[in-house]
Design a protein around this ligand. Structure first.
Ligand SMILES: [Fe+2]
Length: 351
């Protein structure tokens, strides 16, 4: 029997307890993962081309290549692991004054099992960085059913070397199984599974909503979360300004319509393998393909697509350096539109 996608049922207003909604999501997500019934906003999604490419790559043992190729492999891996710290400032018209200067660290797509040792580079880049909170927009691993130690160990190292007074928030990517949630939560990470959390500061607050991956695991539960983001699943006060965490920028229009002021995403890797001018050979987005990397603005809503720290399938990047990002939120005097700009040049230029 084909799996019937329960979009309509999940569009019903949420009146259950948060724990019930989480349990219902887990059942639905597990079914999608096990049956391969993947969906984007546009409909059923096929991964067959990806599987063929992955199988082709797996025919080669990249750790045991003949000598000249082995040296090239080692050089490219070391170069790929050498990510940048990129700093941006985002001016937001509706940001509560208490959050003027609020700083986020944004990590996305580390794919820890694809690029061993990446966590050391991330720790190095974040050394000395002061931020209020960290957000992670998915794809902790490359292999869907990679064991927990593949990402738990690296994350523990990163969290052990950093401190964020408002904590760490995360959403799942298309490479992350529902089983990751429990592991991440055991590390103290607040995983937002179509849920919201409030951050308060001196009487002001912002709401952070996190949704499941919209590019492969799109369900009506995502729409429910977007529409009901004013309700915090912890029961604390509602936020005045809404931030959305999603693995991909596919739902920019829906988020804009629901009044979000800032949309943070990843997923694209900036193409990962690019032409010498940095142009991506492939942009893995079905919608809003212009939002493939960096800051963007959709009809007054600010967005940022992180090109990710790690790599998928191949442990290489070409002409697109991986990154970990700091985003400083500034309250804008201009109510018309948000503006994003680099805060400074990258602190770690490649030698
Ligand atoms: Fe990714």
């Amino acid at each position: 029997m084909n799996f019937q996608y329960p979009i309509e049922a999940a569009l019903e207003p949420a009146d259950g307890e948060a724990a019930d909604l989480r349990a219902a999501w887990r059942e639905l997500r597990a079914h999608m993962e096990d049956s391969g019934s993947l969906h984007s906003f546009n409909g059923p999604k096929s991964t067959s081309k990806l599987h063929v490419f992955r199988r082709f790559v797996s025919m080669f043992n990249l750790d045991n290549l003949p000598s000249p190729l082995s040296r090239l492999h080692d050089y490219l891996v070391a170069r790929t692991r050498d990510i940048a710290l990129v700093e941006h400032r985002i001016s937001l018209p509706r940001l509560p004054p208490q959050f003027d200067g609020y700083r986020l660290v944004h990590l996305s797509d580390p794919h820890f099992d694809s690029l061993p040792g990446l966590e050391d580079s991330i720790c190095e880049r974040l050394s000395g960085v002061n931020a209020d909170a960290m957000v992670i927009t998915g794809d902790l691993v490359d292999r869907f059913f990679a064991p927990a130690e593949c990402y738990a160990g690296p994350l523990k190292k990163i969290l052990g070397s950093t401190r964020f007074r408002d904590g760490v928030f995360a959403v799942l990517g298309n490479h992350d199984s529902w089983k990751c949630v429990e592991v991440l939560e055991s590390l103290g990470i607040r995983v937002l599974v179509n849920e919201s959390a409030a951050i308060t500061r001196d009487g002001g607050s912002i709401t952070v909503t996190g949704i499941d991956d919209p590019s492969y695991f799109y369900t009506g539960e995502i729409l429910r979360a977007l529409r009901h983001s004013s309700g915090d699943s912890t029961g604390s006060s509602t936020g005045e300004f809404k931030v959305l965490l999603a693995h991909s920028p596919d739902l920019a229009d829906l988020a804009r319509d629901q009044g979000y002021g800032l949309y943070l995403a990843g997923h694209t890797h900036g193409g990962q393998i690019c032409l010498p001018n940095g142009k991506a050979l492939h942009v893995s987005l079905e919608r809003f393909r212009d939002f493939g990397e960096g800051p963007w603005n959709h009809d007054g809503m600010a967005g940022f697509t992180n090109i990710g720290a790690g790599t998928s399938i191949l442990p290489y990047r070409l002409f697109k350096r991986g990154e970990v990002v700091t985003l400083t939120l500034r309250r804008s005097q201009d109510p018309s539109s948000p503006v994003s700009s680099p805060e400074s040049s990258p602190e770690h230029p490649r030698e």
